[in-house]
Ligand binder design. Structure first.
Ligand code: PEP
Ligand code: MG
Length: 580
């Protein structure tokens, strides 16, 4: 049956393909005691469910062997079939039904918990992660038991061209970053906000994604045919042939539009009235540097180093970090690379730091010991990163960016630690760029409203609009239930951004915007009119923004935006924005 769901559009484009359900939460199942005489029937019901689940996997396997189908699909299927065939799972479940008279669903869930707990004890990180597969296999059996068998009928499309579409209740940034090494066509989640880091990673992967769907996970089954319209925030399940055809056409058109934009790579990023505008790239992992180069970025304006710390049990040591930073600098040649120090905490969790500060179990993680606060509380860890970045600065042009600063004393403490790192490096005879510039992110309203210490003590500023909006409007950027109130055009937000740009420019300090606003082509003219000349965004957005720059008259925009900034009614602000 065809149906559609709506959510928050977080990453544009169209993906057409098969659902791959992933789950964190154990499904809610009925738990009851069987009557003695029902036990035999329950055993048969369980065995049948296992057989059906196994047949589903066989059907999936034959699809996975179609040329061009993602290799990961076949690996998923083999592993799941192996788990399902393992008596360690099924025999114990039968025992629980027979001896404890648990209903089949309850027995399955109990045994899953047992096995998952054992996996948690494993030393080997890869094995530990495999518990996710156990959960998925159990969910497959549960769905059959609960009367939601998978359709085994012939699918409506040839699978060779189909994408793998991940459907989840929620995904963490750590989950999503792993998609960089998998061939994922798109994803949808029931939770999440438009500027959560999960959404940011989707944009950096340039795959269509919709979050905050609310009901996708329970309504969709593995292998359902899906269309993800990442631009409109729509998910279509089991589409009619006509709709499918229309979307295939639209997808091809979009690809064509994208490839046309490539013509702009070599062109100069300059407004009609001759103002040069720097367009930098935001990256999460060293390999992203290639994408930045492909689109002709002027440099890296934000390297979110915390992603190097995720999905692993040991922290990256100084040497490993040095190699990662150096590889980015080398890839960028003579271009500037802005490396942001560890911004861990809130929605960005690192397993290896779980028991230290900065995790989600804090009462208010977004207001807690995250980013620079965490680093100042963990000076050894911070010093190792500072030394690694300094060492890499010997191999190219690096500047250092500090996240989440609000207090003058945080700036002083940070600068003192940078000096200490330099002394340590001199002692160990390591080379580094002694003049490496240090900048601060403006992403807390207090910082924007009290810029003095930033202007006096630092070399440059970068406005993090994602957090600036979150903290100005008191909207958790990861919470879908308040996502409608997360408004980059709120007059208070616009004033803070404009004032920061103007104050920096008055004293001749370079200022950039590196939050998601910088990569939104609908806002390019607004930011240009505020005087912004340095933008940093995902490489996938850079050429569209460049196109906007090349169609703008900066002097004219300055006059119009000055007028817009005097407004305080949202409708009039959007009206004026449209006219820009
Ligand atoms: C921001 O807050 O705008 C920013 C660029 O940093 P992050 O999104 O990583 O918090
Ligand atoms: Mg931020």
């Amino acid at each position: 049956m065809t149906f559609s769901l709506h959510g928050q559009a977080v990453s544009g484009g169209i993906a057409i393909g098969r659902a791959h359900l992933v789950s964190h939460a154990m499904l809610e199942v009925a738990q009851y005691q069987l009557r003695e005489r029902d036990v035999a029937g329950e055993l048969v019901r369980f065995d049948k469910a296992v057989a059906t689940a196994s047949a589903e996997l066989d059907a999936l396997r034959s699809d996975a062997s179609v040329p061009g189908a993602p290799a990961e699909l076949s690996a998923f299927v083999d592993l799941h079939a192996m788990i399902l065939a393992d008596p360690a799972l099924t025999d114990v479940v039968r025992g629980l039904i027979r001896e404890r008279r648990c209903n089949a669903e309850w027995a399955v869930v109990q045994q899953m918990q047992q096995v998952v707990d054992q996996f948690d004890e494993f030393e080997d990180a890869y094995l530990r992660e495999r518990k996710q597969d156990i959960v998925q296999v159990v969910e497959r059996v549960l769905r059959v038991l609960q009367g939601k068998p998978r359709k085994l009928a012939k699918r409506k499309t040839a699978s060779a061209d189909d994408d793998l579409i991940v459907v989840a209740n929620d995904l963490s940034p750590a989950d999503t970053i792993q998609f960089k090494s998998l061939k994922i066509g798109g994803f949808v989640t029931d939770l999440g906000g438009a500027t959560s880091h999960t959404a940011i990673v989707a944009r950096s992967l340039a795959i269509p994604a919709v979050v905050g769907m609310q009901h996708a996970r329970p309504l969709i089954q593995d292998d359902d045919l899906l269309i993800v319209d990442g631009t409109r925030g729509v998910l279509i399940v089991d589409p009619d042939p006509g709709v499918l055809e229309e979307y295939r056409l639209r997808k091809t058109e979009l690809e064509l539009e994208r490839s046309k934009l490539k013509r702009l790579v070599a062109g100069r990023s300059r407004t009609l009235d001759g103002e040069d505008v720097e367009l930098h790239a935001n990256i999460e992992l060293p390999q992203d540097a290639e994408r930045a180069k492909e689109v002709g970025a002027d440099g890296v304006g934000l390297f979110r180093t915390e992603f190097l710390f995720m999905n692993r049990d040991e922290l990256p040591d100084e040497d490993e970090q040095f190699e990662a930073y150096r590889s980015v600098v080398k890839a960028l040649g003579d271009k500037l690379v802005t490396i942001r120090t560890l911004d861990i905490g809130a929605d960005k969790e690192a397993r290896a730091l779980r028991n230290r500060a900065g995790n989600r179990s804090a009462p208010n993680p977004a207001l807690g010991l995250r980013a620079i606060r965490f680093c100042l509380a963990e000076p050894q860890l911070f010093l190792a990163q500072l030394r690694a970045i300094l060492r890499a600065s010997h191999h190219g042009r690096i500047r250092l960016l500090i996240p989440m600063l609000a207090h003058a004393q945080e700036i002083e403490q940070t600068l003192a630690l940078i000096e200490l790192a330099k002394t340590q490096l001199r002692d160990s005879r390591h080379k580094f760029d002694d003049g490496m510039e240090v900048g601060g992110m403006i992403e807390i309203p207090a910082a924007a409203l009290s810029l003095g210490p930033f202007l006096r003590r630092l070399d440059f500023l970068s406005i993090g609009t994602n957090d600036l909006i979150q903290y100005t409007l008191a909207i958790d950027r990861t919470d879908g239930s308040v996502a409608h109130l997360y408004d980059p055009l709120h007059p208070a937000v616009l004033k803070l951004i404009a004032q920061t740009i103007q104050s920096a420019q008055r004293v001749g300090m370079p200022v950039a915007v590196c939050g998601e606003m910088a990569g939104d082509p609908k806002l390019t003219k607004l930011l240009l009119g505020m005087g912004l000349r340095q933008f940093s965004m995902h490489p996938s957005q850079l050429l569209e923004v460049k196109q906007q720059v090349m169609m703008s008259d900066a002097a004219q925009l300055a006059v119009r935006v000055a007028r817009l900034l005097k407004l305080d009614e949202p409708e009039r602000i959007s009206e004026q924005l449209d006219r820009l």
